[in-house]
Design a protein around this ligand. Structure first.
Ligand SMILES: Cc1cc2nc3c(=O)[nH]c(=O)nc-3n(C[C@H](O)[C@H](O)[C@H](O)COP(=O)(O)OP(=O)(O)OC[C@H]3O[C@@H](n4cnc5c(N)ncnc54)[C@H](O)[C@@H]3O)c2cc1C
Length: 470
């Protein structure tokens, strides 16, 4: 079976696993090809924490209600209208009913931890995180008879017109009657990031200094090949979800614990020791995703988040301790910043603070006057030892370029849907999420479209069989 399955699923993350499970439940013989070795399986899905869910009343781990219309309005706002309403609503509705199916396949949920982005109402958290989720799905898939091959990066897809024929892995040709592509975005492909981001006026290649928050295996090989073969594209190659992370994070797979969440409690300076953006513009959950791009625009693509003792205990601490100093000049010296400019920036900022009633849970009245850029909320002088600094770099979460699809998850060629090639997850998320992000929606899209793609792929096998007998 393994070289001639009914349904071939390419990828080993949430979308691929949902597709494989649904196709298998529909009676198809399924082979799943995961580029990563077993110990690195699960793609970016292994780094996730939660799923955004519509619900009309309190449901196990979710409080209050999060109706369809509110979810839709949230999506409309973050995408600035770059979304397909029919597909978005399909995802939203599917998010209301998928959890019992997930639980049947071993996924467990837990309530949101306090302080976790105010998500107790909107997001269901995975017990044990995304790693436990993918482990549960792999276990269930293997129990149901899905064949899984690790260390199997597909390097080429063979098509006959717009029909899938075979996939090639290291010289081996694997045929199947239908196929689901769920191989993620291209965020791990540094050459492609270079191409998308180009060279800046300083002669730098900004993307050379980006870190990748997730898997190294999302190289976009199949995305690039399918686009070259005439598959319809969706999304912008220069768009990526990017956050500011600890510069000491590894190049790949640093995951969630390398995020630096104290920006709004202090100031951020660049390599020249100058501030460059309003750190208190809005609540951190609404602003964290712009800071990757802001840091990417700075010289050397680095920034330094500076706080004092007053901030400690008010944010989720990152995995590595900050650089600590008893005085600000000492902090500048330890961070390798020019002391005179750093002190000028900090003295200027401290003198500009107009402190009212500090409240980090509200858009408070602590602001600056007479300093550019202004800090519009939570502005308090940085004056209480010890002082801390975190060097920041841009951390890419995922890219937005993908394949155009419809409510059947079919890959489109010149506006026509393929009848045996389907796509799910990050490889098509741009249909729903053309830009921006709202926490948990990546897994909502992958779960909804993974399940659709798996069902459709199994159905395509049955249709193919009927044609063969006709
Ligand atoms: C640190 C971090 C935290 C996140 N937190 C959340 C969260 O809490 N909630 C949320 O909704 N979203 C979150 N996201 C986004 C989320 O990870 C994605 O939206 C989602 O995982 C996409 O699922 P996927 O199956 O499409 O891709 P992935 O999970 O990335 O899976 C892609 C798979 O394809 C495989 N692959 C790639 N190329 C090939 C090839 N040529 N041949 C074979 N296999 C291949 C990879 O090895 C991988 O297994 C987070 C992302 C990161 C990086």
């Amino acid at each position: 079976m393994s070289t001639d399955p009914d349904v071939l699923v390419i990828g080993g993350g949430n979308a691929a696993l949902c597709a494989a499970l649904m196709a298998r439940e529909a009676g198809a013989c399924v082979l799943l090809l995961e580029a990563a070795p077993r110990e690195w399986r699960g793609g970016n899905s292994a780094h996730t924490r939660n799923l955004r869910c519509m619900h009309d009343a309190p449901q196990d781990v979710l409080v209050d209600a999060y109706p369809e219309e509110e979810f839709w309005q949230d999506l409309l706002k973050v995408t600035g209208g770059k979304t397909d309403e029919a597909l978005a609503r399909l995802v939203i509705r599917a998010s209301a009913s998928c959890r019992p199916w997930m639980v049947r396949h071993g996924v467990r949920f837990q309530p949101s931890l306090s302080g976790a982005l105010h998500t107790a109402r909107t997001n269901a958290f995975f017990m044990g995180g995304g790693k436990a989720l993918v482990n549960a799905y792999f276990r269930s898939a293997e129990r149901l008879g899905v064949q899984v091959r690790y260390g199997s990066p597909v390097d080429r897809i063979e098509l006959d017109g717009d029909r899938f024929v075979a996939a090639w892995v290291k010289g081996e040709r694997i045929t199947a009657r239908s196929c689901v592509l769920a191989a993620g975005g291209f965020e791990s492909n540094r050459d492609w990031l270079r191409e998308a981001w180009g060279q800046n006026a300083r002669g730098e290649w900004p993307s050379d200094n980006f870190l990748i928050r997730g898997t190294r295996f999302n190289q976009g090989v199949l995305l690039r090949q399918l686009l070259a073969l005439g598959a319809d594209a969706i999304g912008d190659p220069t768009q990526a979800h990017m956050v500011a992370i600890d510069a000491r994070a590894p190049l790949y797979d640093g995951g969630i614990c390398t995020r630096i969440d104290c920006v709004s409690l202090g100031v951020v300076v660049n390599r020249e020791a100058r501030r460059f953006y309003d750190e208190g513009e809005d609540f951190w959950p609404k602003r964290y995703a712009i800071w990757g791009r802001l840091v990417a625009q700075q010289p050397g693509q680095v920034g330094f988040s500076i706080i004092d003792a007053k901030a400690i205990g008010r944010f989720m601490p990152p995995v590595f301790d900050g650089v600590k100093a008893d005085t600000l000049p000492e902090l500048a010296q330890k961070l390798g910043l020019d002391q005179a400019t750093f002190m000028q920036t900090l003295n200027h900022y401290n003198a500009a603070c107009r402190v009212g009633t500090f409240d980090h849970t509200a858009l408070d009245d602590c602001h600056t006057e007479g300093v550019a850029p202004a800090k519009t909320h939570w502005a308090r002088p940085i004056d209480t030892a010890p002082f801390y600094g975190y060097m920041l770099k841009p951390g890419v979460t995922f890219t937005y370029l993908g394949l155009k699809t419809d409510e059947t998850a079919a890959v489109h060629f010149g506006g026509r849907p393929s009848d045996n090639l389907f796509v799910a997850g990050e490889m098509m998320a741009g249909n729903v999420l053309g830009q921006g992000y709202t926490a948990g929606v990546g897994m909502s899209i992958g779960t909804a479209f993974g399940r659709i793609a798996g069902t459709q792929a199994a159905q395509a096998v049955r249709k193919g069989a009927r044609h063969a007998h006709a």
